[in-house]
Design a protein around this ligand. Sequence first.
Ligand SMILES: Cc1cc2nc3c(=O)[nH]c(=O)nc-3n(C[C@H](O)[C@H](O)[C@H](O)COP(=O)(O)OP(=O)(O)OC[C@H]3O[C@@H](n4cnc5c(N)ncnc54)[C@H](O)[C@@H]3O)c2cc1C
Length: 308
Amino acid sequence: MSKHIVVVGAGISGLSSAWKLAESGHHVTVTAKAFSPGITSNRAAAFWFPYHVRNDHRGMEWCRKSYTFFKERSMDPASGICIIPLIKAAKAGAGDEDTWIQYMPENRLRALAGAELPQGYAKAFEAHVPLIETQLFLPYLQQQLVEKGVSFVQREITDLDGISQEYDIVVNCSGLGARELCNDATLFAVKGQVALLEPGYPGHIFLDNQTPSYIVPRKDATIVGGTYEEHNYDAQTVEEDLQQVLAKAYHIMPALKERKIIGSWAGLRPFRQSVRLERESNIIHNYGHGGRGFTLSFGCAEEVASLV
Ligand SMILES: Cc1cc2nc3c(=O)[nH]c(=O)nc-3n(C[C@H](O)[C@H](O)[C@H](O)COP(=O)(O)OP(=O)(O)OC[C@H]3O[C@@H](n4cnc5c(N)ncnc54)[C@H](O)[C@@H]3O)c2cc1C
């Protein structure tokens, strides 16, 4: 039966939930304090990779379903999604695990050896993953939702129980906002900073998630990351940190030095040891995705729709 549902939050978790709910035939309103581009989801790199999901047995299905969704959408050039090679590298003795391989929905994986290994690395794999250009995909998704009949309202929610009186179901996708809305102290910020270089190089994503270092070629810029700063709530970039991030990247790919620095940004990942995805009365929570909000998004959204 069709229900009246409000989704609180217009980041990737809220928009993907709205998508799956609208597809299931519900009347959906997305209400949020802020919309793209002024939200964390616009600060993501954002490529599909299962960070930190080994702690959560539900993660494998969520990752795979999201991968499949993004792959299908990549057929539409307007979506801002493409499937691109990813080189995942690890230094000798870095304690890196290969558990992420099990999360790949397809066995399109190749171990690199000898001269193919990135400079300074002992082990590397090449995989193919979705790259989601947030500056294109988030407005695209919002437009598609409007066409599916979803409405958007700018409003700050201070009390979930209050809004739960107005709708059949509330879906709480408030990201870091859930710290206050749900009084959830297990949710905290992990700050990430990136530098932006002029676009056009390289032709693949590079990832070393131990240091951490990542290089992501978008159409508008090459993103060079990054930092992973637990409990840091300052969303401004720090010049010294950016210089360190760039130095690591220049060491891995010296050709990056030739490219002009065109900007930078910082974002606060909404981290929780495991994602909160559960139903409490007529409120369904879907928050705490940390550094893998895009990777988990449409899989989590499908589970949200199943809990209605
Ligand atoms: C530097 C960086 C790199 C990243 N790279 C990747 C990557 O490569 N791959 C990946 O999968 N993930 C990546 N992430 C993580 C990803 O960005 C997050 O997991 C994701 O954006 C979280 O989305 P969300 O919708 O849960 O939260 P948000 O995008 O923060 O959205 C929360 C929404 O809730 C609203 N809201 C909050 N409180 C209230 C309230 N009280 N009332 C009304 N509305 C409210 C906000 O206004 C907003 O609309 C990265 C993050 C950073 C910072």
